[in-house]
Every structure is written in structure tokens, then in C-alpha cells.
Design a protein around this ligand. Structure first.
Ligand code: PRT
Ligand code: ZN
Length: 211
């Protein structure tokens, strides 16, 4: 019996996901262009996937576990279990407007056109604040939308803030603080749960050692 864990194939979370598993004492060889690999000293198989697909794969049980940004978990809104925050991939999902716009609070967002790759989280946020806006879903380069007249505001991930700055935008509301999390299928067998607990125990030890 092995657990199958899905991690990002390439991108911001890939290296830290591999590093975490290695720090847990799990030997994996992550050859480039591999779809999957097996740990030699722990009952774990690693699948390399697009981050957007990971919640669905974990829900369907194609993978038992996944490492993915909390922002993706909430956006995909799949019935998976969030087991552990992992302390890397930290960012925030924020609203931003042109730096020349005067901003007096979230009510200023009412009726605006907002470009985002996170329509589900944004919609929920607006609803909670009793606001309506015209959400334009775009898959990338969200930060250029105001400059080309596509939107009045954006809702996008921010870490250093330099992308916003370079595009003449300012961050005005933080909707969500996110980091990479370990997720699991919601109905693991007893045997699978036992392996997960072992992995989780090691992850917690790694986290503790860093504090
Ligand atoms: O190919 P695949 O679909 O797997 O990857 P992807 O391109 O969708 O995701 P990727 O690799 O860019 O990000 C993976 C995860 O990293 C995200 O889901 C977040 O959980 C986390 N993360 C942490 C970030 C950032 N920081 C981040 N800064 N994801 C994206 N950004 C982008 C942001 O969208 C913006 O364009 O970086 C830019 C802003 O950065 P600053 O530093 O200029 O503010
Ligand atoms: Zn993605």
C-alpha cells in the first residue's frame, strides 16, 4: 500500500514541495519531464501536475494527497480536506486599483469591472460585503487589465507588490492570505490514514525545527 501525492509539475510551488518531502527524509528522484516517481524509503508515489488540477484529482481519488496553494483550494471549491499548512508559497489575494484613484473603502468596489483569475473567491467576498461588480475572468496577466481599459480594478495574487507597482496599481484590500497546504481525499482507508499520519508527523517536525 502506497499513498499517491500530487505536487506542482513546475512553477512556484514545485521546488519547495520537493524540498519539504526531502526534509521529511523521503528519497525521491525528480527527473525532469517525469509524470510520476516513487519514493525509495517511504510508501509514497509522487505525481507531477498543473496546480489547478490538483484539487479535482484529490477529490476523485486519482491522488490521495496534494500540495497546492490555499487560494487554489478555495477557488476550486472541491470537497477535499485541508490537513496542514506548509509555510511556503505565501502570498495574498488582493484587490488593487490604479494608484491615481482615490480609495475610501471596499464599498468603492460596488458596480466596478474587476478582472481576476479568482472569480469564485471574489464573488463570495463581494457578496459578504453586500456589493455587486462585473467580474471579468481572465487566466493571466490580470495586472494589465486596468491599463488597457478592460477593468477598473483587479483581484490578483500579490507577494512583493512589485508587479502591482510596475503596472501603476495599488493594493487596497486583502481578501485572503494564502500559503501552500497539504490536502487529502476525504475518505481515505484506515491504512491510508496511518501513512498520512506518519507523513504529517514528519512535516510537523520539519516545521517545528524551522521555528
Ligand atoms: O503551471 P501551473 O498552472 O501549475 O502554475 P501557475 O502558473 O498557475 O501557478 P504559479 O506557479 O505561478 O503559482 C503557484 C502558486 O504559488 C499560487 O497558486 C500561489 O499559491 C503561490 N504564489 C505565491 C504565487 C505568488 N506567490 C505570486 N506572487 N502565485 C502567483 N504569484 C504571481 C501573481 O499572480 C502576480 O502575477 O506573481 C505576481 C505578483 O508577484 P509580486 O511579487 O510582484 O507581488
Ligand atoms: Zn495554475
Amino acid at each position: 500500500m502506497k499513498l499517491r501525492i500530487a505536487i506542482q509539475k513546475s512553477g512556484r510551488l514545485h521546488d519547495d514541495s520537493i524540498k519539504l518531502l526531502k526534509e521529511c527524509g523521503i528519497d525521491i528522484n525528480n527527473g525532469v519531464n517525469k509524470l510520476k516517481t516513487e519514493a525509495s524509503n517511504f510508501p509514497l508515489e509522487v505525481f507531477f501536475l498543473r496546480d489547478d488540477d490538483i484539487p479535482q484529482y484529490v477529490e476523485d481519488g486519482v491522488a490521495d494527497l496534494g500540495i497546492v496553494g490555499e487560494n487554489v483550494v478555495l477557488e476550486k471549491n472541491r470537497p477535499v480536506r485541508t490537513v496542514e499548512k506548509l509555510g511556503f508559497g505565501k502570498c495574498r489575494l488582493s484587490l488593487a486599483v490604479s494608484k491615481s484613484v482615490e480609495y475610501n473603502g471596499v464599498k468603492d468596489m460596488d458596480k466596478l469591472r474587476i478582472a481576476t483569475s479568482y472569480p469564485v473567491i471574489l464573488e463570495k467576498f463581494l457578496k459578504e460585503h453586500g456589493l455587486t461588480a462585473d467580474i471579468h475572468e481572465i487566466s493571466g496577466s490580470v495586472e494589465i487589465a486596468p491599463g488597457i481599459g478592460l477593468a477598473d480594478a483587479i483581484c490578483d495574487l500579490v507577494s512583493s507588490g512589485s508587479t502591482l507597482f510596475m503596472n501603476g496599481l495599488k493594493e487596497v484590500e486583502v481578501i485572503l492570505k494564502s500559503e501552500a497546504v497539504l490536502i487529502s481525499n476525504s475518505s481515505l482507508t484506515t491504512e491510508q490514514e496511518a501513512i498520512l499520519r506518519k507523513l504529517q508527523f514528519r512535516i510537523q517536525a520539519v516545521k517545528k525545527a524551522k521555528n
